[in-house]
Write a protein that binds this ligand. Structure first.
Ligand SMILES: Nc1ncnc2c1ncn2[C@@H]1O[C@H](COP(=O)(O)OP(=O)(O)OP(=O)(O)O)[C@@H](O)[C@H]1O
Length: 231
């Protein structure tokens, strides 16, 4: 269980997250939704320890993460696919994937074969530089890099931005499969409603740094969509 209680976050004097509360159950597929600028990415960065929180509590399975380092997250089984992918453009696909193997959680120094079953194109392109891949291939690499550590929780920040429809479908199928077959918790920041509905079982809707509605995906009504998601 990931739990956030009264989390506040500020960039200098500007407060972005306001007494934010959220619970994410193990094995769930959760979508965090809301318009541009409501604080979704900031929230994920706080969960990952990339941004400090000003006050409040953040915990994983009852253990506080407040004082744990960024490096602790992969060891605790939290994988992260950041917005914009952040792969290393000068390194090959293989090198990008092997970087994750340096983490203590992973005892083997070999890239697990199931990664290539999920994303076959990466096997074909192992020696290609990350920067030479298409956007869709880079996104597959970014997800694969997080999966190398076999996380219990996979957090993705708008994985479909600028990606062609067939890769969007592949990503959807991979997320559903990881959740179904491995019980992996999926936390997805997503603005596109059809994708959010296809992947998410639960939603948290954000507005101005707070969660203003949560529930089962079927409870995300047209009224909520019109009020808080439509542009
Ligand atoms: N490094 C920063 N310094 C100051 N303000 C920031 C910084 N990063 C983000 N912000 C501000 O924090 C607010 C929330 O941004 P955030 O990226 O978390 O929103 P978001 O909901 O993820 O939006 P998007 O969908 O556009 O990514 C925005 O007003 C943004 O301008």
């Amino acid at each position: 269980m990931i739990q956030l209680e009264n989390v506040n976050q500020k960039y200098g004097g500007t407060q972005i997250l306001w007494d934010l509360n959220m619970q994410i159950k193990p094995g769930s597929r959760t979508c965090i939704m809301g318009r541009n600028g409501v604080g979704k990415t900031t929230l994920l960065k706080c969960i990952m320890g990339l941004l400090p929180i000003a006050s409040g509590d953040l915990s994983l399975n009852g253990e506080s993460l407040n004082k744990r380092s960024v490096e602790s997250r992969p060891q605790l089984g939290i994988g992260y696919v950041p917005q914009g992918r952040d792969i290393f453009p000068q390194l090959t696909v293989e090198e990008n994937l092997k970087l994750s193997l340096n983490c203590k959680r992973q005892t083997s120094k070999t890239i697990p074969e199931h990664i290539f079953e999920l994303f076959p194109v990466l096997k074909e392109m192992l020696q290609r530089r990350g920067g030479d891949l298409s956007g869709g291939q880079q996104q597959q690499l970014a997800i694969a890099r997080a999966l190398v550590l076999n996380p219990d929780v996979l957090i993705l920040d708008e994985p479909n931005e600028g990606i062609q429809p067939n890769i969007v479908q592949l990503i959807r199928d991979v997320l559903l499969k990881l959740n179904r077959e491995q019980g992996m918790t999926i936390i997805l920041v997503e603005q596109k409603l059809p994708f959010a509905r296809a992947v998410g079982q639960e939603f948290h809707l954000m507005e101005k740094g707070q969660v203003i509605a949560s529930g089962a995906m079927e409870e995300l009504t047209d009224e909520l969509v019109a009020q808080y998601l439509a542009v």
